[in-house]
Design a binder for this molecule. Structure first.
Ligand SMILES: [Zn+2]
Length: 491
């Protein structure tokens, strides 16, 4: 099944991204976006196809990533790092054109981690063929073995007035690199037991698939949900393995709702212990260990309200109360938010305005999700209620076409959508950004679009691998205009 890789953990776009890379899927989802109320849809001959089942329900899968990300302390940490990377990275990008050196090595973090000998070796071989003769031809950046261990101030690094462009660039670049490398470490952190490697992503995938399973059942039919369930439980994807194993361990008593409750609890770990017992993967293994030892334990089989279940899990695992964990994460988000508010007073204009606007929406969405959840967790962990009531914020949706463009007969004129086009008539569309609900404004659409571009440009400069589709390619071409030096790939 098509899936936005890590979309929920490293969102360049504040919202949900859908890849409409083939015409069938495009057609199915266009109908969904235009008439969401007219679904469920049946396949033409009445029998379900996994492709169509997945396409129609993919939006619910991605929405759950979005909400889990807003709710969980893990998501709050990633959000902070994401903003640190983008804002400092963009500051670095703006300063780069005033620095010495004609060439900018991309990704910058790779160059940063090469010592003098490795840099020289690259110049002597590959670099020479681009006309690079000495390290002075390249913008100056110090060697840093592990940028995540930098002692620069986290968040928004305050560069002092009066320092040279070169120093400004280096400090911003290092603060951005620190965030990028920390984000990677967060994502790669895994816990192992029973020959099983578990990452946070696995738990986020488990909840998203469980919600999607319910969406297939309610939005389509029983035959479709059986087919989808079979796919989830038999898929070779490593992402689904932890869910498959937990399900097998508890097969006598487990239900979709109980599995969603358990996996949601795993996401609510301690903010302070997020690298150890508070990590979603560690909490998964705590639950799995109990499931293996006592599959008939009441925690797995006895019906009880989510609040009671969470309290019992907290006690059984000797963990802090989930509500305290959410409160600690909220406090840290509050602190970040006031730092952004202060920074927005001096960093004004263009991309900065849109970045801070998006940060503000993000922050208020987090508060809304936490408040609704704390009042009534069932609205989140009961998949039927979660899907039917839609009481969590609905984000903007970005649709992308891979290597393709969407050819329009006329330019788009729609209050609820923006098109990113590459021709003068605005008919060749690389991507649409759509609002599904009126609580997002036209202003939000423009901000999200603009923030998407700057985030992408910064990612390209610091960490990215080669282009994967036309949209990515276009975002990168925007970066070149700002940098005003020659970008050179270092591999
Ligand atoms: Zn997913």
């Amino acid at each position: 099944m098509e899936h936005v890789a890590f979309g929920a953990f490293n969102p360049r776009f504040y919202g949900v991204s859908m890849f409409l890379t083939d015409a069938d899927r495009r057609d199915t989802l266009n109908r969904y976006f235009e008439h969401p109320d007219s679904f469920p849809v049946r396949a033409n001959d009445g029998s379900p196809s996994l492709g169509e089942i997945s396409a129609i329900s993919a939006i619910d899968h991605e929405l759950r990533h979005f909400h889990d990300f807003l709710l969980s302390p893990f998501g709050t940490i990633m959000m902070g790092l994401r903003m640190q990377a983008t804002i400092n990275g963009f500051q670095a990008m703006k300063t780069i054109q005033n620095c010495p050196g004609r060439f900018v090595p991309v990704p910058l973090i790779r160059w940063m981690r090469w010592d003098a000998a490795m840099r020289q070796k690259w110049i002597d071989t590959t670099g020479a063929s681009y006309g690079i003769e000495r390290t002075e031809d390249v913008v100056p950046i110090p060697y840093v073995e592990d940028p995540s261990k930098s002692d620069l101030q986290k968040g928004l690094h305050p560069v002092q007035d009066g320092v040279s462009h070169e120093i400004r660039f280096q400090q911003y670049a290092l603060t951005a690199a620190q965030a990028f490398v920390s984000m990677d470490k967060c994502r790669q952190r895994s816990f192992s037991e029973y020959n099983l490697d578990v990452t946070a992503d696995n738990i986020f995938e488990a909840t998203a698939h469980l919600v999607q399973l319910q969406a297939v059942w309610t939005g389509q039919d029983e035959a479709s949900s059986k087919l989808f369930f079979h796919f989830v439980m038999n898929s070779q994807s490593k992402q689904l393995k932890p869910l498959q194993i937990l399900w097998m361990a508890l097969q006598k008593s487990i239900t979709v709702t109980r599995a969603l409750e358990l996996c949601t609890w795993m996401l609510l770990g301690s903010y302070e212990q997020i690298w150890s017992r508070g990590h979603p993967a560690n909490r998964y293994l705590q639950v799995l260990t109990l499931a293996a030892a006592a599959p008939d334990h009441e925690i797995f089989s006895l019906p009880m309200p989510a609040l009671q279940l969470f309290a019992r899990l907290d006690a059984l695992m000797q963990a802090g109360a989930w509500s305290d964990n959410l409160a600690a994460a909220a406090l840290s988000a509050d602190r970040r938010s006031s730092v952004y508010a202060r920074a927005a007073e001096t960093l004004k204009g263009g991309f900065f305005d849109t970045l801070f606007s998006v940060a503000t929406v993000w922050y208020s969405d987090q508060r809304a999700v936490r408040a609704t959840f704390a009042k009534d967790p069932e609205s989140f962990v009961n998949p039927l209620r979660y899907l039917n009531e839609r009481c969590y914020p609905i984000p903007l949706v970005e649709t992308r076409f891979g290597d393709d463009v969407h050819e329009r007969e006329d330019s788009l004129d729609n209050l609820n959508a923006r098109a990113i086009t590459i021709d003068d008539q605005d008919r060749q569309v690389l991507s649409y950004i759509v609002r599904l609900k009126s609580d997002r404004t036209a202003h939000d659409l423009d901000d999200a679009f603009s923030a998407r571009i700057v985030t992408h440009m910064v990612d390209f400069l610091f960490t990215d691998e080669p282009v994967t589709d036309l949209y990515e390619h276009w975002c990168r071409s925007q970066a070149k205009k700002l940098i005003n030096k020659e970008l050179i790939s270092v591999y």
